[in-house]
Design a protein around this ligand. Structure first.
Ligand SMILES: CC(C)(COP(=O)(O)OP(=O)(O)OC[C@H]1O[C@@H](n2cnc3c(N)ncnc32)[C@H](O)[C@@H]1OP(=O)(O)O)[C@@H](O)C(=O)NCCC(=O)NCCS
Length: 179
């Protein structure tokens, strides 16, 4: 089960505030996740129609299994990232980064980088993490630039990972060893 740590970031430059969503805030997750799946369907394994069918309990379970960290400007959530730690003993040092999304109007201002860096730092502080892993769709240059800039390295290409509009897309697998 995730270990939420609300308001880990406090007040940030650009008036960006970083916080962890609690299970009772599941509707906030639903809203930004549905927007992400509609805005950037190529970037995620889940489809908008699948997510739209998720129940309150499904969203709450998601918040319990992964730490969902958001960036707020004023009272508006503008970005999201999820970090899920493996549970089996031999791989419990690995954390997966998923669901990275910055709203179009907040992009290109360092919000994604700030959010991901703080979320990773908080995950490391919670303890036991030696490396982070993530997938990025081949050709998603802005996301790849974000991850490379934070010290991730390309491990390889996973062929035909996503079937989007009848076309297969490859994923680039990345990792960052932190300890
Ligand atoms: C990818 C995404 C999260 C980046 O968020 P962002 O807030 O715009 O990124 P930042 O402004 O923090 O930029 C971080 C770095 O990435 C680089 N970058 C961001 N957008 C870029 C672009 N369009 N082209 C090239 N580089 C880009 C920046 O130059 C910056 O590098 P720096 O550290 O050297 O300055 C955002 O564009 C997004 O949500 N895209 C749609 C969904 C998506 O692709 N999610 C990722 C799923 S794996």
């Amino acid at each position: 089960m995730a270990d939420p740590d609300p308001n880990i970031g406090g007040q940030r430059p650009l008036s960006v505030e970083i916080a962890v969503l609690r299970p009772e805030e599941w509707e906030l997750l639903r809203e930004i996740r549905l927007e992400a799946l509609e805005d950037s369907p190529y970037a995620y394994g889940q489809s908008l129609s699948e997510a739209a069918l998720m129940s309150e309990q499904d969203w709450r379970t998601r918040l319990e299994k992964s730490v969902h960290t958001v960036a707020r400007i004023g009272d508006r959530i503008v970005a999201l990232v999820a970090i899920r730690k493996e549970t089996h003993e031999k791989v419990a040092h690995i954390a997966h980064i998923n669901a990275m999304y910055v709203k179009p109007e907040a992009r290109g201002q360092g919000v994604g980088k700030l959010l991901l860096q703080i979320a990773m730092d908080a995950a490391i502080e919670r303890g036991g993490i030696t490396k982070f892993k993530l997938n990025v769709t081949e050709g998603n240059e802005s996301a790849a630039a974000l991850y490379l800039g934070l010290g991730f390295r390309v491990v390889g290409t996973l062929e035909k990972e996503i079937l989007q509009d009848g076309k297969y897309l490859n994923d680039i697998l990345m990792e960052k060893v932190v300890a």
